[in-house]
Write a protein that binds this ligand. Structure first.
Ligand SMILES: *Cc1c(COP(=O)(O)O)cnc(C)c1O
Length: 497
């Protein structure tokens, strides 16, 4: 299967294979890689998957897209990435909240957020790609993070041969736990640096380095090339497609739905990666009626879905769900590509970079309306959802998942639709413990993050995840903070080490 650019620079005629797409990350024209067509899956195949384990389900989905990787290799990657030691309690288990809502817990991996679902397997896909393409240079993975990607990528790529990784995060834009997780990262090939600014500043800085031929030449002289671990990389998205099928299989097995029956899906959204992976599953043949795109107070996507206007000229808010504090949702470009084609997408992206705004055509909007509805949730309501979910169901959710639950509840209240609803739970509540505790107890006094872990454990009667409990005694290795304009120099300097 060939991969092509959303902006038309690589076309079916000169497309590249998946190993190259994963290695490069971003297409040469600044667009994102997409498979030239979406592979199909039948209901019979889905029924067959329902009798298999998570790693087998994931390998089957990966195999449909990554056709230049041997199938048995993909299966062995999946078996090791999603093993019980790495995902105690299962890779993507469902928790039934009530007759309609089923929460898909995507945070049982080593960093307690859903990014592990992709970033535990992506380093294996990259190592495979280096071998398949005969690459002898070292890959430098450059990451901009709103908190969770950084840690998950560091954990996934640490001490992987022929790879170095450099992570940038906004100094005041991540939670204390997220910061500590990154600052204490172990491994000989890792580097972490904070920047003054927000996530979009970090992401823009990284994108600039990617499209800087001078930087590429300088790195190449040292035997290094750049690659990405953000969800702009297709290798990040395709493992996420798998869990939507897995959720459907689990609902079938539990007798909650019959084969062929539609479900709804609600996704707390930032970069539009997770929800887009769900949409790909639908395009392949998964029976999904509607995707609810859930945003926090940074509700640019809600406005876009309501009006067809994407306008990033607006205030940026720091919220208690920091992984969704984003005004440039990179993967929306992939949806535009599927709905409108490369030429129209390229023109929207040009307008976005020149004016910070674009308006899609009426036909594109109508097409997106068939699959997506946007909702948002402010800070107060996020806290109320956490408290109510605990009071009613004795179930603790994190701040991001609460935003997803809010969308589900708003949609159900509005439409009365009782179609089974899968709500993605994207992080462990312990990762955002002080905010979750505050929501549960109503106690506003500032709280030490480790005290909050203990308190949350007492209140909820659940155990503190080991990777978070152990942070307290880990040595802090990375403390540097720089300005975004110095990211290029920092990258070149640290890559030499
Ligand atoms: C990354 C992240 C999100 C947003 O996911 P996207 O794929 O960027 O839309 C939501 N919640 C948490 C906890 C995250 O880490």
């Amino acid at each position: 299967m060939n991969y092509i650019s959303t902006r038309g620079g690589t076309t079916a005629a000169n497309g590249i294979h998946s190993a190259d797409a994963i290695k490069q990350g971003l297409a040469g024209d600044g667009g994102l890689f997409m498979p030239e067509s979406i592979p199909e899956i039948t209901m019979e195949e889905i029924i067959a998957l329902s009798k298999q384990s998570y790693p087998e389900r994931a390998a089957a989905i990966l195999g449909k897209f990554l056709t230049d990787y041997p199938a048995e290799e993909l299966l062995s990657y999946c078996k090791s990435a999603y093993a019980e030691e790495r995902f105690p309690g299962g890779a993507a288990p469902l928790h039934k909240l009530n007759d309609t809502i089923h929460v898909m817990e995507l945070w049982h991996g080593p960093t307690c957020a859903f990014k592990d679902m992709a970033l535990q397997i992506m380093p294996k896909l990259l190592s495979g790609a280096l071998r398949i393409t005969g690459e002898t240079r070292t890959a430098l993975i450059l990451v901009a993070t709103s908190g969770d990607t950084g840690k998950a990528a560091l954990e996934g790529y640490r001490d992987v041969d022929q790879v170095k990784i450099m992570v940038y995060y906004p100094v005041d834009g991540v939670s204390k736990m997220q910061k500590l997780q990154m600052a204490t990262q172990e491994g000989g090939n890792v580097n972490v640096c904070a920047i003054h600014g927000n996530f979009d500043d970090a992401q823009t800085g990284v994108k600039k380095i990617f499209s800087d031929p001078g930087a590429a030449a300088e790195l190449n002289e040292k035997g290094i090339f750049l690659s990405s671990a953000n969800s702009i990389n297709w290798g990040r998205l395709v493992p996420q497609v798998a869990y939507y099928f897995s959720a459907y299989c689990d609902l079938l097995n539990a007798g909650e739905i019959k084969a062929g029956e539609q479900i709804n899906v609600a996704v707390p959204t930032g970069n539009f990666g997770n929800i887009f992976a769900g949409y790909i599953a639908k395009e392949m043949g998964l029976p999904v009626k509607r995707f609810l795109c859930a945003s926090n107070k940074n509700n640019i996507l809600t406005d876009f879905l309501n009006t067809g206007v994407y306008d990033r000229n607006r205030a940026f808010y720091t919220t208690m769900s920091p992984s969704m504090d984003i005004l440039i949702s990179s993967n929306l470009e992939r949806l535009l590509f599927l709905k409108t084609g490369a030429a129209e997408t390229a023109s929207y992206m040009k307008q976005l970079s020149e004016t910070g705004r674009y308006e899609i055509s009426a036909s594109a909007k109508a097409s997106i309306d068939r699959d997506f509805t946007g909702y948002f949730c402010d800070e107060e309501h996020t806290a109320a959802i956490i408290r109510d979910t605990f009071d009613i169901y004795h179930y603790v959710v994190d701040t991001h998942t609460a935003v997803g639950l809010s969308a589900a509840e708003q949609y159900i209240a509005q439409t009365g639709d009782t179609t089974k609803m899968v709500v993605d739970s994207t992080a462990s509540p312990y990762k955002f413990a002080s905010n979750v505790c505050r929501a549960l107890t109503g106690d506003d006094t500032p709280m030490d993050e480790f005290d909050a872990l203990e308190r949350l454990s007492q209140v909820s009667g659940t155990e503190i995840p080991a990777p978070l409990a152990s942070l307290k005694t880990k040595e802090v290795r990375f403390t540097k903070v720089i300005n975004p304009c110095d990211m290029r120099a920092e990258t070149l300097k640290t890559s030499a080490k």
